[in-house]
Design a protein around this ligand. Structure first.
Ligand code: UDP
Length: 269
């Protein structure tokens, strides 16, 4: 009886989450808190539902506006989560607020912590060879029950892809973390997730560099006020100035253009 109640309530909540889709810049986000995301993801992983999960920030949206393959990948996601203050502010300006900041750097460790006791297994794909190894070792140290099903760096050729896929299938992880940066990771997942049945594929950007402690994370106070991007810019200015300084201007240009463009629903009424 209790089992039926629990599974019914989980199903109801799953349906509620699915209903809370928010369209922002013609992209469909799933709006939920981080605790809801962890609960929903864990249920999905342990049931071996498979699928594609992405986090989209202002940089992702600007890149998608110029790269149809990335836009298509976002369109075919099973879960798309809003990452960063840019998306939060932009979506509020358009009257479709995405209030929660959900990024892989915070969510994945929380997911590993929650899943460790339940035998969650993860495969790490991406970053440089020494970085991915160190990230896997650190995750295992922090969450001893977590199963590291395998690792592979993110600098492999097209010709090596089928062997990489074969290794992942043989390892049978619940979760494949793909850390190859935007847009490569989303395009890769969109193309190959269908060859990884039962494995949820998640794009996580620079996560392994943080977990391997190669790049320091912003102090909590800076993160809490939504200024992590300023911290990252000061850490890697030559790589990131274009993304943050020009990219953020382009992003708000997209928001303003969208705000003043006639919408499909307005045209038909
Ligand atoms: N990377 C990779 N393969 C590539 C290019 C990049 O594995 O061909 C890795 C890189 O080593 C780094 C991550 O992808 O660990 C990109 O991090 P970034 O912070 O740029 O991610 P983003 O913010 O674009 O999501």
């Amino acid at each position: 009886m209790l089992l039926i109640t629990v599974s019914t309530s989980l199903k109801e909540r799953t349906l509620n989450y699915m209903a809370d889709k928010v369209s922002f810049l013609n992209t469909h986000f799933d709006r939920m808190s981080s605790s809801e995301a962890i609960e929903l993801l864990l249920a999905r992983l342990l049931k071996r539902q498979g699928g594609r999960v992405y986090y989209a920030n202002a940089h992702t949206m600007v890149t998608a506006a110029q790269n149809p393959s990335l836009a298509e990948a976002l369109e075919h996601s099973d879960m798309l989560l809003a990452d960063g203050s840019g998306v939060r502010l932009g979506s509020a300006l358009l009257g479709t607020p995405l209030v929660h900041n959900l990024n892989g750097t915070d969510l994945v460790p929380a997911l590993c912590k929650a899943g460790a006791a339940k035998g969650l297994s993860v495969y790490l794909l991406g970053a440089k060879p020494d970085v991915v190894e160190e990230a896997a070792a650190n995750l295992k140290k922090r969450y001893p029950g977590l199963v590291i099903a395998g690792t592979h760096h993110g600098y492999f050729s097209e010709a090596e892809t089928s062997q990489v896929l074969e290794n992942i299938r043989a390892a049978r992880p619940h979760l494949l973390l793909v850390a190859m940066g935007v847009p490569l990771q989303e395009i890769w997942i969109n193309q190959y997730a269908c060859q990884l049945p039962g494995i949820t594929c998640m794009g996580v950007g620079g996560l392994f560099d943080f977990v391997a402690e190669r790049v320091p994370r912003a102090p909590f106070a800076i993160r809490a006020v939504g200024m992590e991007w300023v911290w990252r810019l000061t850490m890697e200015p030559s790589r990131l100035w274009r993304r943050y300084l020009i990219g953020n201007l382009v992003f708000f240009g997209l928001v303003i253009t969208y705000a003043f463009s006639p919408r499909q629903d307005e045209q038909t009424t």
